[in-house]
Design a protein around this ligand. Structure first.
Ligand code: ISL
Length: 565
């Protein structure tokens, strides 16, 4: 097991380009906007930037629907702008990881245009085309080849009238799934990946990459009763050939190439047992995976838009299990936020009474686990969920479709809206709050999604010189990882697992011991400690006067301490 890979002590920062910084006043963030703000990232101290998709795209899913893998969408700029961004990042000692979206393309990609052109088109087999179900006429309800539902509501199959067949789309109907069974598809993807590496990028974050191998029999899923929709998940997630494909990709794309690369597979529903296989360095698949267990714990019986309060004990059990599972072989990614998740300070923290304290406590707890932490733009400022007045204020295809379908099915619109407000992806996508001016310094024009009104006080400019700010807390956490190998690779041991408010753990590496003691609740708490720790060991705190003595720490609401000896 290689314990010295460079990414073990690295921190990754995710940029969602639409919402990061707009250089030309069209209300959409762009590449030049990112380049102009690299000082922010350098100040924070991150090592890698993961760029959400900037490829040519009709933007049905904000760029996760790609129509040309070798071109930049004009709304984001040009290939020259891209090269300039990479050069500037490299000059500052940072790396760039591209988003690789190859489970599906846009329906406007030339591959799909050709594929749909006739039943015997040479690229017909590049996607999943199937005739209507036996005994059904095309277009008849229930004629879909399987009963699978799409992630964005409705069936996962769309009828193409011209050829009378259906194509599979696990996401939007403008995102047809590629058929990885076809070796030409795989070779085309690897060729494109090599093209980006030749251009100087440092790796890939692979979108839903555990969905690329489907059971070719395409069996119906078990039904749960809701509108006859079946659960196709067991038939397309972590399918029979996924390990083979990832090993082939590694060989074909990285084989014989010199350099410090990073690969991370986004894998909804992945189990820790599978994650060990995906991330075992000896198997040469990916360096780490994004798993979803800890961000599903507050999903209620009705799914993600029916949230329930988080039970902290479940969160600790979950993250602790992953720490243990990938403790010897494999590696964890650590995240609270990305462009698909609501803001953590609003979700698991208290964005009202204990905004600064809870944002910094949650950051502390996450970052000092064993694994590679990911910071999603604005998280380092403590950005919160947005006060959406109605669904008209939202833009995300997932939210808009869910609202339409749920209300049509008779759900109370207020209840639906409440779920979207708490869990909708647009919460993560409001523009980055650079300063307190009317559009938060994001754009001189009309932003594509409204800025959060709290930018008047919650913004980067207000935080840079405030030593207690959320930004400076993140900066110190990142510096701790860089400075102390125990943070990167030390062993992990959870403490007080059954306590409903305390989140405490110990990391050890040789003689070095690092202790994290956090109160993730609004009431003061006492945490019992092993003897030997005292206030002199505190290396980081989100409070002014840590109280540690005689085998315990006295913690105020959302107080978090880091001790080292
Ligand atoms: O948020 C979700 C829907 O409830 C997730 O299931 C999400 O769709 C899943 O994490 C996959 O996400 C990735 O692929 C999607 C894209 O919409 C997301 O933005 C991307 O991160 C399809 O490309």
């Amino acid at each position: 097991h290689d314990r010295t890979a460079w990414w073990q002590s690295a921190v990754v920062y995710q940029v969602y380009p639409r919402s990061f910084a707009d250089s030309d006043g069209d209300g959409v963030g762009d590449l030049r906007g990112i380049t102009a703000r690299l000082g922010h990232l350098q100040r924070l101290g991150v090592d890698v930037v993961w760029l959400s998709p900037v490829y040519a795209s009709p933007q049905a899913d904000n760029g996760y629907d790609i129509s040309d893998y070798r071109a930049i969408d004009p709304s984001f700029g040009t290939l020259d702008d891209f090269d300039a961004l990479v050069a500037d990042l490299h000059a500052r000692g940072m790396k760039l990881v591209m988003d690789l979206v190859v489970n599906h393309t846009s329906d406007e990609h030339p591959w799909f245009v050709e594929s749909r052109s006739s039943r015997d088109a040479p690229k017909r087999d590049w996607y999943w085309w199937r005739p209507p179900r036996e005994g059904f006429e095309a277009g008849q309800p229930g004629a879909e080849p399987t009963n699978w539902g799409s992630f964005f509501s409705g069936p996962a199959w769309h009828l193409d009238e011209a050829t009378g067949e259906y194509y599979l789309h696990l996401f939007d109907r403008k995102q047809p799934d590629l058929n990885w069974e076809n070796p030409e598809v795989r070779e085309a993807v690897y060729d494109m990946m090599r093209w980006w590496l030749d251009r100087g990028v440092d790796g890939f974050r692979m979108d839903v990459v555990n969905f690329i191998s489907k059971d070719p029999a395409l069996p119906d899923g078990a039904t749960t009763g809701v509108g006859g929709v079946g659960d196709g998940f067991p038939h397309f997630a972590t399918g029979p050939r996924v390990h083979e494909y990832l090993q082939e990709m590694h060989r074909e794309v990285f084989g014989g190439r010199e350099g410090d690369f990073l690969t991370v597979g986004e894998m909804p529903g992945v189990t820790w047992q599978d994650a060990v296989l995906f991330t075992d360095p000896a198997r040469r698949e990916v360096d780490m995976v994004f798993q979803f267990e800890h961000v599903s714990l507050d999903h209620g019986p009705g799914g993600k838009f029916d949230p329930r309060p988080l039970d902290l004990r479940l969160l600790k059990a979950s993250l602790g299990r992953w720490q243990t599972a990938l403790g010897e072989v494999g590696w964890n990614s650590l995240y609270w936020n990305n462009h698909d998740q609501p803001r953590v300070v609003s979700r698991f923290g208290d964005d009202d009474r204990w905004w600064r304290e809870s944002a910094t406590a949650l950051a502390t707890v996450l970052h000092l686990h064993r694994g590679t932490p990911y910071v999603y733009q604005g998280e380092e400022l403590g950005m919160t969920n947005a006060p959406f007045a109605s669904v008209e204020d939202m833009r995300d295809v997932e939210s808009v479709n869910h609202h339409r379908e749920a209300v049509a099915a008779g759900a109370d619109p207020e209840v639906v809206l409440r779920g979207l407000r708490a869990m909708g992806r647009d919460n993560a996508r409001t523009p980055v709050q650079w300063d307190g001016t009317p559009n938060a310094g994001f754009t001189s024009g009309e932003p594509w999604l409204a800025v959060n009104p709290n930018h008047t006080w919650l913004n980067a400019a207000a935080q840079y010189d405030d030593p207690r700010s959320v930004f400076n807390h993140y900066r110190r956490l990142i510096a701790l990882r860089h400075e102390h190998p125990v943070v990167a690779v030390g062993d992990f041991r959870m403490l007080h697992p059954d306590d409903p408010a305390l989140y405490c753990y110990e990391r050890t590496l040789g003689e070095r011991r690092l202790l994290v003691v956090a109160n993730l609740g609004g009431e003061p708490r006492t945490a019992g400690l092993e003897p030997g720790w005292d206030a002199g060991h505190v290396v980081l705190a989100n409070s002014d006067e840590p109280r540690v003595a005689d085998g315990h720490a006295e913690l105020g609401p959302w107080e978090a301490l880091v001790l080292l000896r």
